[in-house]
Design a protein around this ligand. Sequence first.
Ligand code: KG4
Ligand code: ZN
Length: 338
Amino acid sequence: MKILSIESSCDETAAAVVENGRKILSSVVASQVEEHKLYGGVVPEIASRRHCEAINAVVRKALTDAQLTLSQIDAIGVTYAPGLIGALLVGVNFAKGLSMATGLPLIPVHHLRSHIAANYLEHPALEPPFLCLVVSGGHSHIVEVTDYTVMKVIGRTRDDAAGEAFDKAARTMGMPYPGGIHLDKAAEQGDPSLFTLPRPKVEGAPYDFSFSGLKTAVINLIHNASQKGETLPVADLSAAFRQTVVNSLSGNFLRAAQDSGYTKLVLAGGVSANSLLRRRMTEECQQRGWSCYYPPLSLCGDNGAMVGAQAYYEYLAGHIADTSLNAYPTMDIAKNHA
Ligand code: KG4
Ligand code: ZN
């Protein structure tokens, strides 16, 4: 089964053709990052406009690259939640139009479920059940994936998402948006022991995260130094920040796995590109005889292929929408589209 899939939840306009949820036939991503960089973050109104401009060509290229025409496609998958509402609506309405014109089934896909599904494209043998750490610019969840469309959140952030914390800390250190990757690179050259940062913890909720205190601590350190006319070593501060975030993410994730008996651990979302998080989880799982999976760097960020992967399993579960499909800025990952 060949699914044409569309993603427009944030600042990438993306489309792909994926076969049977596992094989990428084409994947096209048009990023708007260069424009949002000027403003230090995503400007929702600009994002919606750029999606409108790009979506037609991106979808056409996905078909051309796969050497297919619409008549050879079996279904259309689209991200419908969560995300920027104006941005999501562009993809959803485009997909609805295509579905109406062709009669092809329309499959709504939850954005975080698609981040998890990016792993199915890279690891052919990976199947639920497993425990997944989904870490992106907007979310930090520990999710029990009991089946492809059956999930339960057992840990979540109480304030900032991990990616958001990386981006804000990086911005204060003068790095361009999105700063996560720049902070990660700087941290590779730094010594994390030169700064002591508060270890984020949520009392009474061992799987939950909190990153806002840590973010504020870094911002205060930098501001206090600049008031005294001093500059802090960016590489060392980046290394300390990254280590504290990764200690929290991996610590809670491993504890949740231990408590619930999962030995198959999966990383997903933009922050799963973080080099220390990948190394740490690989080592910790190796020591315990557990398995650890994460997507290739090319599939960690937003893309259409991951939407096509999840759409296949949503289709098999009968989660098909009619043309009344709407987009939603928030949506529980556990909720199935009827
Ligand atoms: O999943 P994603 O592409 O978009 C959302 O759904 O939010 O995640 C983007 C987030 C950004 O905050 C970005 O800075 C972060 O992922 N990110 C990283 C790295 N690469 C991307 N954070 C830390 N280390 C990285 N190497
Ligand atoms: Zn995302």
